[in-house]
Ligand binder design. Structure first.
Ligand SMILES: [Zn+2]
Length: 119
């Protein structure tokens, strides 16, 4: 399975292996396994830690882009209110919005790097 397919399905909040959409019990929680292909999502305790790492890296990258972009575009009269608002919004809201995508992206990455070789 190609990386492009895995990532496209993950970014659609779908099962990376088969593309099934009905894998969520809520915005934050997946079913235990995919109802179509049977892929077990969290196959060990602590499995979602890497999803949290991906989520944090994404959010902080967006925040860094906004912060540095805000500094550069408003220099020398830095718009601190914009930077504060950007910081609060990106760090306060974006982690919740991106979390499901970070979970499916992590499953896709795990499928590509580990499970594909084990069948
Ligand atoms: Zn599936």
């Amino acid at each position: 399975m190609s990386v492009k397919t895995l990532v496209a399905r993950a970014l659609g909040r779908r099962c990376p292996r088969c593309g099934e959409r009905d894998i969520w019990t809520s915005w934050f929680n997946t079913r235990e396994s995919c109802p179509r292909c049977g892929l077990l999502f969290a196959r060990e305790e602590g499995y979602w830690v890497m999803a949290i790492v991906l989520n944090t890296a994404f959010v902080e990258a967006i925040f860094a882009l906004l912060f540095v972009g805000g500094l550069i575009t408003t220099w020398p009269d830095i718009d601190w209110q914009f930077l504060l608002a950007a910081g609060l919004l990106t760090n306060g809201i974006l982690p919740f919005l991106f979390f499901p995508y970070s979970k499916t992206l992590w499953v896709a990455l795990d499928l590509y790097t580990h499970r594909a070789s084990k069948g």
